[in-house]
Design a protein around this ligand. Structure first.
Ligand SMILES: Nc1ncnc2c1ncn2[C@@H]1O[C@H](COP(=O)(O)OP(=O)(O)O)[C@@H](O)[C@H]1O
Ligand SMILES: O=P(O)(O)OC[C@H]1O[C@](O)(COP(=O)(O)O)[C@@H](O)[C@@H]1O
Length: 315
């Protein structure tokens, strides 16, 4: 069982446009509205592929009512913590060449009582679960050490912890030594405080984080695939997306695939391969739709431990 915690969920509006012109009226040629937020997406992907998962998140306001409706239409298993303020709407604008511009709202202020309820609800569910995935930005006003508190409670309950966050929240999470983090290249560069241009530089940054007490670092690299780095290994997996439609949710799908395989007892290489298949399948779906087994069937990932360290990364 994999529990996800999304402290700042969202309604995800994805708009496909012709070439985006700043300062002009741009007409959408297609649009989607989906329940979102990183952990919510991880649970959506897991459930769509037969893995057990429950999404924990705060939900309030008119946006929250719509979120609950969309979530129930998709039969997503949830433990919702009711809050007074409205959850956010995040907008992604996709141009014909795939360029994606995201505008993410800050999200609601949660009261101390609401934060305590979110922590207690999560703690109650993780007892007996294999993994807790703590995913996405923190809403305003939530202390950065929220991440640290979550990791400590999960470990005390015997669950392994995966974090997909950025900035100060990721820093605080790393300080509590989770089993796994899933930064993209930009997030890892921010964490270690230096630019990462090559495979070797990414591996060396991941090893710095591992020396701090994280067991595994999965670095998502867009069209370059993903790297898994552990204390004694570095593995690269890659798959081609011939017809990319939307990268929104690809990182969440990748993390879901990795956790699904790890939770089923697979080794790190097979788990990375699974994650890259799930991430690449998500890229070929509109909006933040999560892949089903039929979507995964056509994707084949290659995997290697013979890394081309000097290779410059493209994304
Ligand atoms: N254009 C693409 N072509 C093929 N695979 C992709 C592409 N973009 C993303 N992916 C796959 O999805 C995964 C997650 O995407 P990425 O954009 O790196 O994550 P994030 O959304 O967290 O920044 C990648 O590791 C890769 O496997
Ligand atoms: O919590 P953040 O960092 O603002 O990100 C939230 C957004 O990320 C998403 O989970 C998509 O994430 P990825 O594209 O990284 O997989 C959206 O559903 C959501 O709008």
């Amino acid at each position: 069982m994999i529990i996800t915690l999304t402290p700042n969920p969202s309604l995800d509006r994805t708009l496909s446009v012709g070439d985006l012109v700043r300062g002009e009226v741009n007409r959408a040629v297609a649009s989607t509205l989906e329940p979102g937020g990183k952990g919510v997406n991880v649970t959506r992907a897991l459930l769509a592929n037969g893995s057990d998962s429950v999404a924990v998140f705060p939900c309030g306001g008119n946006n929250g009512r719509l979120m609950e409706l969309l979530i129930s239409e998709e039969h997503v298993a949830t433990r919702i913590v009711p809050v007074a303020s409205a959850i956010r709407v995040n907008t992604a604008i996709i141009e014909p060449d795939g360029t994606t511009t995201k505008v993410n709202e800050a999200g609601p202020h949660l009261s101390p009582a609401e934060v305590a309820c979110l922590l207690d609800t999560t703690e109650e569910l993780i007892t007996g679960a294999g993994w807790l995935a703590l995913c996405g930005a923190l809403p305003p006003g939530l202390p950065d050490d929220f991440t640290t508190q979550v990791v400590r409670r999960a470990r005390a309950a015997g669950a392994s912890v995966a974090i997909d966050a950025s900035g100060a929240a990721l820093r605080a999470g790393v300080d509590a030594c989770p089993q796994l983090i899933k930064p993209n290249r930009t997030e890892l560069a921010e964490l270690v405080g230096r630019d990462l241009e090559t495979v070797d530089q990414v591996c060396s940054a991941a090893r710095d984080v591992i020396r701090e007490g994280v067991t595994t670092v999965i670095v998502s690299l867009g069209k370059d695939g993903a790297l898994a780095v552990g204390e004694r290994c570095a593995i690269h997996a890659h798959a081609v997306a011939p017809k990319p439609k939307s990268t929104v949710g690809a990182g969440d799908s990748l993390l879901a695939g990795v956790l699904s395989a790890l939770d089923s007892g697979h080794d790190l290489a097979e788990s990375l391969r699974t994650g890259v298949v799930w991430g690449t399948a998500a890229v070929q779906l509109p909006g933040s739709r999560m892949p089903t087994p039929a979507d995964l069937a056509g994707v084949h990932a290659t995997i290697t431990t013979d890394l081309d360290g000097s290779r410059r990364l493209t994304d």
